[in-house]
Design a protein around this ligand. Structure first.
Ligand SMILES: *Cc1c(COP(=O)(O)O)cnc(C)c1O
Length: 376
């Protein structure tokens, strides 16, 4: 057999949300609703759809590798220079680019326990370790713990913090966030890259949540990740980006694959950025749907963590021994796809993406019946 490095042999690949068609086929169901991947339930931005309908005749051309037009639009939006933006095939690819640029095998990244799993997977692919700062029972993150971890481990080259985090929905409040940036920036002469993953930026409503973008000019080692997969509704086209100092982007651009963003994605993303109406509508609908789920879960006496994203993490009673995966499987049989999170180390939890009002109504009914059944 051809040997592979030990870290590849041991790698547990990313498990995506179960696709609708697969569920229909396996369970022989007509109606299937997917609330499993934090996608925008309203579909893609209408402006983005219109834009890509017009370019089919140009698909024989390679895309613009410099992404001049999209980068110009993003620079305007983020109030930075074009040279401060790197594009990725989804922000997942930017995570990969970061590790390829800044780490060698044997190095480490640091993050919080129950963080977005892509950090760990991308690190392991490159033989890079993941160190995790623990969180408390409420899943709150402690700044000192993460800072200590980074300080004590010289091989930590990059820190990843999702604000808010997926799957927990938690975030660092303004003062804590500022302390995190300040303390991390002082470690090893400011040589640790600090990555703030802001995938759910548009959904956040908490008044003590700060926009990480305002700290870019103060911290040259800060990088912010964003994506078109969530509120813009373009998960299928794979476009994400990172914003950082030009010094960081110059290095990362060397590592980027030349045509990593395809023509359709580039065009759709640029148009979606201008679709304020769609974003506003999506955010509003999400807030109402979140409230609806919070109320229903309370009625069902199922605990959950308050979330700043377009998803919610429900926690089943450990005493009753209900596992998230059991609820997931029973819901699947009813045509409702939710997201188990045992691979994150949360066996009693289940992540629910907020849907449209109709989807939420339908899903709650199925979900409630399953929960009642499992409690008997
Ligand atoms: C969904 C998500 C992303 C986005 O991934 P893409 O590759 O852009 O689709 C990034 N970070 C977090 C925390 C997410 O939940």
């Amino acid at each position: 057999m051809i040997s592979v490095p030990n870290y590849i042999e041991k790698l547990a690949p990313y498990v995506p949300g179960k696709p609708i068609e697969e569920t229909q086929r396996e369970y022989q169901l007509k109606k299937v609703i997917k609330l499993a991947s934090n996608e925008n339930p309203l579909g893609p931005s209408p402006r983005a759809i219109r834009a890509i309908q017009s370019v089919h005749t140009e698909l024989h051309r390679y895309p613009d590798s410099s992404a001049f037009s999209l980068k110009t639009a993003l620079a305007k939006k983020e109030q930075v220079q074009s040279g401060q933006i790197i594009l990725g095939n989804g922000s997942n690819e930017v995570i990969d680019q970061i590790i390829r640029t800044y780490c060698v095998p044997g190095d480490a990244i640091a993050t919080y326990q129950y963080s977005f799993i892509a950090y760990r997977i991308c690190a392991q692919i490159h033989g890079v370790h993941t160190l995790e700062a623990g969180v408390d029972a409420q899943l709150s993150m402690s700044v000192d713990e993460l800072v200590d971890l980074v300080r004590k481990n010289e091989r930590v080259k990059v820190v990843f913090v999702a604000q808010p985090n997926n799957p927990t929905g938690q975030y660092l409040k303004k003062l804590e966030f500022e302390k995190l940036l300040k303390d991390l920036s002082l470690i090893r002469g400011g040589s640790v890259l600090i990555v703030i993953d802001h995938a759910y930026a548009e959904y956040v409503s908490a008044p003590d949540f700060v926009n990480p973008q305002s700290y870019l000019s103060t911290y040259p080692q800060l990088m912010i990740l964003k994506t078109f997969s969530k509120v813009y509704g373009l998960a299928g086209l794979r476009v994400g980006y990172g914003v950082a100092s030009a010094d960081i982007i110059v290095q990362m651009e060397k590592v980027r694959q030349p045509f990593n963003i395809n023509s359709l994605g580039m065009l759709a993303a640029e148009q979606a950025l201008e679709d304020f109406e769609f974003v506003q509508k999506s955010v509003k609908m999400n807030a109402l749907g979140m409230k609806f789920w919070e109320e229903k879960l309370t009625e069902l006496e199922i605990s959950f963590w308050k979330s700043q994203g377009n998803f919610l993490l429900a926690q089943f009673s450990k005493e009753l021994g209900v596992l998230g995966f059991d609820v997931y499987q029973k819901c699947l049989q009813q045509g409702l796809i939710l997201r188990p999170v045992h691979n994150y180390g949360l066996p009693h939890a289940l992540r629910i993406t907020i849907g449209t009002p109709e989807e939420n109504e339908w899903a709650v009914e199925k979900f409630a019946a399953v929960c009642k059944d499992l409690r008997k």
